[in-house]
Design a protein around this ligand. Sequence first.
Ligand SMILES: Cc1cc2nc3c(=O)[nH]c(=O)nc-3n(C[C@H](O)[C@H](O)[C@H](O)COP(=O)(O)O)c2cc1C
Length: 205
Amino acid sequence: MVDWTAAPRPPLVIGIGGTGRPDSTTERALRLALDGAARAGAEVRMFGGEDLGRLPVFLPGRGEPTAATREFLDQVARADGFVLASPSYHGGVAALVKNALDHLEELRHDPRPYLDGRAVGCVVTAAGWQTGGGTLASLRATVHALRGWPTPLGITVNSAEQKLRDDGTEADRRCLEQLALVGRQVAEFALGRSFAPRAAAGAAR
Ligand SMILES: Cc1cc2nc3c(=O)[nH]c(=O)nc-3n(C[C@H](O)[C@H](O)[C@H](O)COP(=O)(O)O)c2cc1C
């Protein structure tokens, strides 16, 4: 457990991901990673599948952002770290999640543009072993393009075999631990940055 008493405030870690399915494996995995961040002392907030479904399709330069888009962008701008979780759909990041990330284009002129300077844990679910790794690499490439720092550990969950339940298999148990570790890595990176605000601001220019 990290001692946050010397930090200006606990870091805010935002989870972004899920699918349209209630209680989806993807959203469960995201929640487990956020629990890991919370246990390491972070405040957490999640934008799950339903929240992401309220964001319109991103069309650059078209009209004012909706209330849902504004709320999402405000939270992203405030956040100190992120966990992203996407299912692998047809070998790639699901449109629901990618659309949300495309909206970050509206933050290009922010003092911390896009995901700049913040750690981003990446989690992918797939119904097999074949496409998870490729989708994870693609999600991490998007994080790099958005100037985020992917955490050392990324996770692929095979939803055909891993149900992410406490009473599950040995593979489930290991996966639960790894998801929590991703959340912890995000929170700890945010804490490290909070002790070096000048260096962080300098790096953004
Ligand atoms: C439209 C669609 C495309 C999919 N494409 C793939 C795929 O290419 N490879 C794969 O392993 N699983 C694929 N899946 C399965 C999802 O990745 C799998 O269901 C994932 O773990 C999401 O489950 P969840 O809804 O419980 O989060 C696809 C599912 C859907 C609905």
